[in-house]
Design a binder for this molecule. Structure first.
Ligand code: PRX
Length: 643
């Protein structure tokens, strides 16, 4: 890396470049040194024993022993017990709670004791199904304290979506809310969970449901199974021993979508994941001890795990949690949260930025936002215009913007323009973090060699070496893990994304190259949608595709072939998806068509469906491989009639 020859690297900080070089020269030593960020009961003697070939093995700090809750809480009881660990603001006026490290520790211990009393032990799964309330953070850390594996479930999942994940994880305890607030709406968390448990029937392992009184609403409680969270934790002492875990014991599993139907339970480790959370939180956001760090993600997504909870807390920071929506009860609500609480780092999504851009600029301009120091975005590509707006209007031209590319499977940020170290470039994700080995591979036909793209160029985004935050496996399906990530580009981890690299090394993410659609940062497998629709007996076949959407980034469009020609209630199709996956996955548009375009070997040609749905009819590409090229014209007119 020659700084003199490369004007961009000339402005990358020296310390950063030094880290990149060190990590390249001796990754083992570099990552072992990073492990010293944590407190260990027994320090690891080596870093990685990972292998991307054969059966695939992801293993970090194997002989190290530690506890995550101790790293996030107990160590700070000695140095900063009265520092705010969490600032929580509710969406109702006047609802605000500040918990110091001492107070958060006490709450975590009370719940840890409760879970132990309910028979939860090391390795058991506990499902957490809560809105953005303090108890969500407490619950994750309480699980970590006793070595239970947490499974955080999104509040927007349907009962069937919850049931599928409860069956797969075999969670023994669920922590849910009575009712959750979402703007003017009330979400019936407990009754949805009841439906999910009823749907699981004998396949559920759930013994107890702890119900947090978020609104205080009266909800049905099943005797012997359901317990009041508040009443139970009140019975316990505010101290509790930690379970000392091996670094490769699972800390949590988190479900995400892939290109096949069933959600995948991504399993993250205890030691490697926590090192990654600490390293990336500090490096990417240039974190400072007096930061008020606000990552706006829901805790049920990986971003919430790593940057609402684990990253900032393991580094001894203060986290901001806000219960509500950006523009409720009025536009600018989130800017008020920043001003009222002195937020210094604001990490959000392009969807939120696009929505704010649609409001009058006076909304953002009328707020101070003077406390902000660093901005970040995640989850989907951010257009250069949105990046610039974020930088100019929210950052007032003086805060670095870190777009961050990463995935549930990577545990934390992988490619970014780290604040204060790497200059941001509107629309580009940035440079790989130190120790992250990105390779772009040219797609090739089956059995053909895939050349690595050197220098500038475009290809499949792969990682050629493991990193501490890498997921270890998929829950009880290691073979699926190997197949999904390590077979497309043998010997490498394949992300599912495409990317372009500029001559100076900056990487632009071009989007998913598999059948995954990104709707407002929600990752949705099209197969999941099609499986849901297949349960409707009036439908012979369906295909879901993503098309560009102004606000959501991508929108879902579904093509359905009805059993009886031309007869199908499209509202019912949307409902089937909402019921089986969740409302967030309901398609924008359902087209009823006679046939789907297929290759001679019977594969649906999604590329065509995407173009037709997006109205890009000029260049439909080569149609000669279709079994019935005639069907394309028919399809175009059927879609036009329904637009
Ligand atoms: O396609 C990429 C997109 O989101 C996918 C990962 O989704 P998920 O596992 O839900 O994690 C989201 C939060 C880390 C990626 O495969 N993605 C994520 N961040 C970016 C992005 N696309 C472009 N730019 C990003 N910064």
């Amino acid at each position: 890396m020659d700084k003199a020859a490369n004007p961009v690297l000339g402005s990358v900080s020296d310390q950063y470049l030094l880290n990149v070089l060190e990590a390249q020269r001796d990754p083992e030593a570099f990552w072992l040194a990073q492990a010293r960020r944590l407190v260990w009961h027994s320090e690891p003697s080596h870093a990685s024993r990972s292998d991307f070939t054969g059966d695939v093995r992801i293993s970090w700090y194997e002989d190290g022993r530690l506890n995550v809750a101790e790293n996030c809480l107990d160590r700070y009881l000695l140095t900063q017990p009265d520092k705010a660990a969490v600032i929580w603001e509710g969406q109702e006026d006047g609802h605000r709670t500040v918990l110091t490290y001492r107070e958060l520790h006490a709450r975590v211990c009370r719940l840890a004791n409760t879970l132990r009393r309910l028979g939860v032990s090391k390795g058991d799964r506990v499902a957490i199904h809560l809105p953005m309330v303090v108890e969500g953070v407490v619950a994750m850390l309480a699980c970590a304290r006793i070595g239970a594996i947490h499974v955080v479930l999104f509040g927007g999942f349907s009962a069937e979506g919850l049931a599928e994940r409860l069956r797969d994880s075999q969670a023994v305890v669920v922590i849910t809310a009575d009712v959750a607030r979402r703007g003017a709406k009330l979400i019936p968390s407990k009754t949805t969970m009841d439906e999910a448990l009823a749907a699981c029937g004998a396949e559920s392992a759930v013994r107890n449901v702890l119900v947090v009184a978020v609104t205080g609403a009266t909800v049905p409680m099943q005797a012997g199974r359901d317990l009041s969270y508040e009443a139970e934790v009140a019975l316990e002492m505010p101290d509790s021993p930690v379970e000392v875990m091996a670094a490769c014991d699972p800390l949590f599993l988190l479900y995400t979508s892939g290109s096949t139907g069933r959600p995948k339970g991504v399993v993250h480790s205890t030691g490697g994941y926590l090192v990654w959370a600490s390293f990336t939180h500090e490096t990417v956001f240039n974190s400072q001890p007096d930061d008020i760090f606000w990552c706006t993600a829901d805790t049920s997504w990986i971003t919430g795990h790593t940057y609402v909870v684990y990253g900032p807390l393991v580094n001894g920071g203060t986290i901001m949690i806000y219960e509500g929506l950006p523009s409720w009860p009025a536009p600018g609500r989130w800017w008020d949260v920043i001003d009222r609480n002195g937020v210094t780092v604001f990490y959000t999504s392009p969807t939120v930025i696009r929505a704010a851009m649609r409001e009058d600029d006076s909304v953002v301009e009328s707020r101070s936002l003077a406390s902000l120091r660093v901005l970040g975005t995640v989850g989907e590509p951010i257009s250069p215009e949105a990046w610039q707006w974020f930088h100019d209007k929210v950052g007032r031209n003086c805060c670095p913007v870190a777009d961050t590319w990463w995935q549930t499977e990577t545990g934390g940020v992988m490619i970014t323009a780290s604040a204060g170290k790497v200059p941001g470039r509107p629309g580009a994700a940035g440079l790989p973090l130190p120790g992250v080995q990105v390779e772009l591979l040219t797609p090739a036909g089956a059995g053909q060699e895939q050349p690595v793209v050197e220098g500038a160029g475009e290809g499949l985004l792969c990682l050629s070496a493991s990193w501490p935050g890498q997921a270890m496996t998929l829950w009880q399906d290691h073979e699926r893990f190997r197949q999904t990530y390590f077979t497309t580009c043998p010997g490498r981890y394949f992300s599912g994304d495409g990317a372009r690299r500029e001559a100076d090394g900056y990487i632009w993410i071009t989007g998913r190259v598999d059948d995954v659609v990104n709707v407002s940062g929600h990752r949705i497998g099209t197969a999941e949608i099609e499986d849901a629709i297949a349960t409707d007996h009036e439908v012979v076949e369906s295909a879901a595709v993503g098309i560009p959407h102004d606000l959501k980034g991508q929108g879902l469009v579904v093509y359905v072939v009805p059993r009886e020609e031309g007869v199908l209630d499209t509202a019912r199709v949307r409902k089937v998806v909402a019921d089986s996956v969740g409302r967030y996955a309901a398609p924008e548009k359902v087209y009823v068509v006679r046939d789907l375009p297929k290759t001679r070997s019977g594969k649906i040609v999604r590329r065509l469906l995407r173009k037709i749905a997006a109205g890009e009819l000029e260049n439909l590409g080569d149609l000669s491989t279709l079994s019935d090229p005639e069907c394309v014209q028919a399809l175009i007119s059927q879609v036009a009639e329904q637009q």
